[in-house]
Design a protein around this ligand. Structure first.
Ligand code: DC
Length: 210
């Protein structure tokens, strides 16, 4: 079974995808990390993420970049969003994601275009979303816990800009696939959102078995 979990940053999609993978015994790939690795590689080499040549060269990042603690920072998130606009960069990362999705027992992948581009045949497609305010508050708490000083206003502004860029790009924009189930986590705790997601997967797979 392939489960596609798409949605904007800090919507809870990563937490939900990890929990679904554990519950259904499937491997999980956070595809944002691949874009973050490209972004981080551009940043480290002093390149410009808007420049196609720089972004494309960074798709040959060494595997060790995937363990870089900086990968989850807001700055690298911004770089990732900017390199992800280039269709050639998306193409370079396609095969790796596709192969992960095509494992014999299936997989859970989370990102922006899993249900629409990477695995359009996924049995279950969730589009996890939440209000900008709810997402900014979560990201703020995360950053504080990691000792990364940012104001709530800064984070809100970053999220808005990132949403805009991810939604407005020509290739694979952030959008719910027509056959995706939308799960709004604005007023849910992580445990409630996970329980809802597990129920949705069971519902979907039960109805497709009939
Ligand atoms: O999910 P995230 O915040 O780690 O993703 C970082 C950026 O990577 C996001 O702003 C857009 C890009 N991305 C993408 O374009 N397609 C994906 N499948 C995953 C991430």
């Amino acid at each position: 079974m392939i489960i596609a979990v798409d949605g904007p940053t800090a919507s809870g999609k990563g937490t939900i995808a990890r929990a679904l993978a554990e519950h259904f015994g499937l491997p999980h790939l956070d595809t944002g990390l691949l874009y973050r690795a490209v972004g981080r590689q551009v940043q480290k080499s002093g390149g410009n993420p808007d420049d196609l040549g720089d972004a494309l060269a960074a798709t040959a990042f060494p595997e060790s970049v995937l363990d870089d603690p900086e990968l989850r920072s807001e700055d690298v998130g911004g770089y990732a969003s900017r390199v992800s606009v280039h269709p050639a960069v998306r193409q370079m990362l396609y095969e790796r994601q596709r192969q992960f999705a095509m494992q014999p027992d299936g997989a859970v992948l989370d990102g922006r275009d899993i249900g629409s581009v990477i695995a359009p045949e996924a049995e279950v497609k969730l589009f996890v979303t939440a209000s900008v305010e709810a997402r900014a508050a979560r990201r703020f708490a995360e950053m504080q816990a990691r000792g990364q000083p940012h104001t709530l206003e800064d984070i809100t502004e970053h999220l808005r800009r990132r949403d805009e860029r991810d939604s407005a790009r020509a290739e694979a924009p952030l959008r719910a696939a027509p056959d995706a189930v939308v799960l709004d986590t604005s007023t849910l705790t992580a445990q409630e959102a996970i329980a809802r997601a597990i129920a949705l997967v069971k519902e979907r797979t039960a109805s497709s078995a009939n």
